[in-house]
Each structure stands twice: as C-alpha cells, then as structure tokens.
Design a protein around this ligand. Structure first.
Ligand SMILES: [Zn+2]
Length: 272
C-alpha cells in the first residue's frame, strides 16, 4: 500500500522563497553545501549549520545525489522544527558532485526535511525529477539572466506525484542499499551497527511499497536488485524485452524484470 501524503498536490514555490535562491560562489561540493546552509541559517530555517553539514556530506558520501544533466539534490533528514527547508544554488562554472553521467553540476537543490513527514521527500524528489529531466526546462534554469528570473522558472514546478511505472532516479540508491545489506550479513559484530545506520539513512528515502518488495526479494533469493547486461537480467538469465532494455540502459530509473520480479538496474559506467 502506498503511504498517503498530506501534500498530495503542492508547488515547489510553497517551500521556496526568493531569498533561498542564490548564485553559488564556491567551486567545490562541500563548500557549496555550506554556502547553501548559510542561506538557510540566514533565513532562520535551520539552527545548527555545522551538524547539518556533516549530515548532508555523510549522506552524499553514501551515494551521490547528483541525478545527472548538471543537477544535484543533496539532502539530510533532520528535525528542524519546520517541515522542510530548501535552498537552491546555481553555479556557472559547475561543481564536481561525482555525478552518474560524469557531468559537472550547475544546479544544487539542498533539502533538509523533517523525519515526522515521511512521504514529503519522495513527493518532492519525484516532482523535481519530473521537471528537471526535461532538457528545455533545464536550459531555462541554466540560462535565466538573474536570480529573479531563475526563481520564476523554479516556481513553475508543481509537485503532483507522477503516475509512472518506473521510479525515477532511484536505482542507484536501491543498489547501494543492497550492497550494505549484503555486507551486513558477513560483517563482524562491531561493524553491523555502522552498516545498519547507513542502511537506515537510505531506507528513509525510499517508499514503503518499494522497501516491502525489496525485503521480500532479499528474503526469498538473497538479493533483490539485478544488473541488466547486454539485454539479459543477471538475476534469472532471461532476455529482457528490447524496449525495456533500451529504456534501462544508461538510466538510473528502477524497472522490474518481467520474468523474476527483481529490480533491474543498468550497470553504472564510471567515468574517471
Ligand atoms: Zn530476471
């Protein structure tokens, strides 16, 4: 069952005021996140900048939040008192975020969200991805002549949940979770706690229905996420339909193998 979200339909601008949009000065990831946290602190939306910086970077190190095409969504789940705090930074030169496509990041959307509203982050993430996936929309963001124009473009984003079979930009996260769960099984007692902590951070970001399926597959087969290689599901060695394989290839979206039911992901190509 899908969790019901209190914010079924809302706009990105409901969470973003013009003062929360800036041109980034920092050429580097950690400094850029710190700069955006400074924006939130100035707006009195967060209290402890230092603690939050550690949390955001810890999460970033687990799995890059760069979703490709020059966009990153660094985030942390921390109770700030409010429901969600967002700051957006644009970088003309671009920042290295270890993106899936190797591209530098020109738009950084920092999200600090409250753990008491579990569906909100997925809602926001899906809504943003639905817009940012469109090249012409990104172009308008990158080409906006000033902050006011940039804010106007961002304000167009509405956050109605997309009704799509695929789950946008979450495949890498699911695969990372599986890696951690596998390590946990073989780990020494003193390491299990740290691995569990990392697993929990990732689990907080994934929908309950997705996790239920993930856990059921792990229990049954020992793993839940299978690589799609040369048109074949590595979980069951059966050919994937050509149409689905071409959609999966090079994508970070989650698909399900029609034969064995495991989550299919495209093998990430490291560009380094
Ligand atoms: Zn399969």
């Amino acid at each position: 069952m899908e969790k019901t979200i209190s914010h079924k339909s809302s706009r990105f601008a409901d969470y973003l005021k013009p003062g929360q949009v800036v041109e980034l000065k920092s050429p580097e990831k950690v400094a850029a996140v710190e700069e955006l946290l400074g924006v939130l602190a100035k707006q009195k939306l967060i209290a402890n900048k230092k603690v939050l910086l550690t949390r955001v970077i810890d999460r970033e190190n687990l799995e890059s939040t760069a979703i490709g095409h020059g966009v990153a969504l660094p985030h942390a789940r921390v109770d700030t008192g409010g429901e969600i705090a967002i700051a957006v930074g644009r970088s003309g030169k671009g920042i290295d975020f270890d993106a899936i496509d190797g591209e530098k990041v020109h738009l950084v959307i920092l999200v600090i969200w409250n753990p008491s509203i579990p569906g909100l982050f997925n809602h926001l993430f899906a809504g943003l991805a639905r817009y940012l996936i469109r090249p012409e929309f990104r172009r308008r963001i990158f080409d906006a002549p000033d902050k006011t124009a940039l804010y106007a473009v961002l304000s167009e984003i509405d956050l109605v949940l997309p009704h799509e079979e695929k789950i946008v930009h979450r495949a890498g996260l699911l695969k990372k979770l599986q890696e951690i769960e596998m390590k946990k099984r073989k780990a020494a007692k003193d390491q299990v706690k740290a691995l569990q902590k990392n697993a929990d951070i990732l689990r907080e970001e994934l929908d309950e229905s997705l996790l239920t399926r993930f856990d059921r597959l792990i229990e049954r087969y020992g793993f839940a996420v299978a690589d799609a290689v040369d048109g074949v599901c590595q979980g069951c060695n059966i050919n994937i339909s050509t149409q689905m394989y071409s959609a999966i290839e090079g994508s970070n979206d989650i698909y399900v193998c029609e034969n064995c039911g495991k989550f299919l992901v495209s093998v990430r190509k490291k560009k380094k």
